[in-house]
Design a protein. Structure first.
Length: 249
């Protein structure tokens, strides 16, 4: 049975998915590239910067609670709830998507002579991303890509393999772990654990939570702080904490 916190989380995710036609351009990797070629800071660059800053104190909470693509993928659980091997997929988003993309942005900014203009509504003058029929093609392409990846790959496979946003927050999280300031994280009391394995079975990111609990290593770069493990544990072994823990996997 889904508890109140998870019902709220899922409701917020669904709302974010419904609003995706409005917010699409604020998550667009394409607009950043186009803007960089003209020396313009666009809305999506502001969004990614804000997500990086938020991850310094909240980790990947956005991924677990607000991401429209995350909502779509969790809806796909109804068709494919298979756990995925994140280690086999994570490299794709870093080496084949994020690194070439960021390199291109930096090159274009240098080539264009640097930042000359701030325009958060660039190509989104109405504030709505899907404002004309042609934009639906982009919208459907993004939605279709994440849906297909999830239907084929399993639980949030798109987060592991295709997300261009997650690396910003992973980088922010690792920065926080180096310096060790307080941030939202998970903590566990392994002495209360009865090794039922429920926490691992419900993890939306297919992490071995039971092992993390046993080793007292609750910090993981792919943890999205959704709280499924917390709310499913019959012994209340896991909880949220605002701590200085720096242990990472």
């Amino acid at each position: 049975m889904v508890n109140k916190r998870q019902r709220v989380r899922k409701a917020v995710l669904i709302i974010s998915m419904i609003l995706f036609p409005i917010t699409l351009n604020y998550f667009s990797p394409y607009l950043i590239v186009v803007g960089a070629a003209q020396g313009i800071v666009v809305g999506s660059l502001v969004t990614f910067g804000a997500l990086f800053i938020s991850s310094l104190f909240l980790g990947r909470l956005f991924c677990g609670w607000l991401c429209p693509a995350g909502a779509l993928q969790e809806m796909a659980f109804l068709a494919n709830d298979k756990k995925v091997n994140g280690k086999r997929l994570d490299w794709i988003k870093y080496l084949l998507i994020w690194s070439p993309w960021v390199t291109t942005i930096v090159f274009l900014l240098i080539w264009s002579g640097g930042i000359r203009k701030f325009d958060p509504l660039y190509l989104t003058e109405t504030g709505i991303s899907v404002s004309e029929p042609a934009n639906y093609i982009i919208y459907l392409a993004v939605v279709g890509a994440f849906l297909v990846i999830s239907l084929i790959g399993g639980r949030r496979a798109g987060c592991h393999a295709a997300c261009w946003i997650a690396p910003f927050m992973v980088l922010g999280r690792k920065t926080r772990n180096i310096f060790g300031w307080r941030s939202l994280t998970l903590t566990a009391e392994p002495e209360k654990c009865v090794n039922c394995g429920i926490c691992t079975s419900v993890c939306t990111m297919s992490l071995d939570v039971q092992k993390m609990v046993a080793e007292r290593k609750m910090e993981h770069s792919e943890c999205i702080l959704c709280g499924q493990c917390i709310d499913s544990c019959p012994k209340n072994v896991i909880s949220y904490s605002y701590s200085r823990s720096k242990r990472d996997q």
